[in-house]
Design a protein around this ligand. Sequence first.
Ligand code: SAH
Length: 218
Amino acid sequence: MKTHAGIGMTSQRTRDRLILRLQEQGIKDERVLDVMRKVPRHLFMAEALSSRAYENTALPIGHGQTISQPYIVARMTELLIEDGLPENVLEVGTGSGYQSAILASLIPRVFSVERIRPLQDQAKIVLTDIGFRNISFKHSDGGWGWKACAPFQGILAAAAPTEIPVNLLEQLSIGAKLVIPIGEEGHQVLQRVTRTESAYEVETIEPVSFVPFLKGRA
Ligand code: SAH
């Protein structure tokens, strides 16, 4: 496993402090807290930033993108698995690969789509290094979903479109949930959509701040 030369920032105590923060912010699912305690977030960013890896904050990962804030990763995961663990999940926006690692620690098959190739290549290296073998990657616009591997028992998007992409709705299996931020920058809300036999039920969860969901590949 890759290790950054550490001066205590990767210590268990530092990580436990983050878990405490998450609990204070209302994260309750023990399964989520447990994997958040174990996954080494400092490996998903440039070494120069790793002293801040266990702060509850988003950090830059290059290409104008960020590694999501731990709280939001925990919250979205909790919302996705609340009614039971899905067998497979589509993640839109691999980014650093950190959310992928959290998902893949809980869910048997993870399919992750990213439009910026260098980000996905780097994420793939780190995730393979740490030992994940249950994540498939695709360099693509997540607005298309991943039809060949659909339907999904869960979908999680880490970038905010202004409207829910129809392809993502269509690629949910019955009973599956889509967790996605929606709206223009500065006015986004987190939504959870559950597909039922005859409809899509939408819950609005809380205000959030994500990078925009962009079209095409880069
Ligand atoms: N969960 C990731 C979040 C990265 S930020 C992490 O913690 O590292 C969101 C990512 O979504 C960025 O890498 C961005 O390039 C990607 N993205 C934005 N629009 C997209 C789209 N239409 N399809 C695929 N990826 C997209």
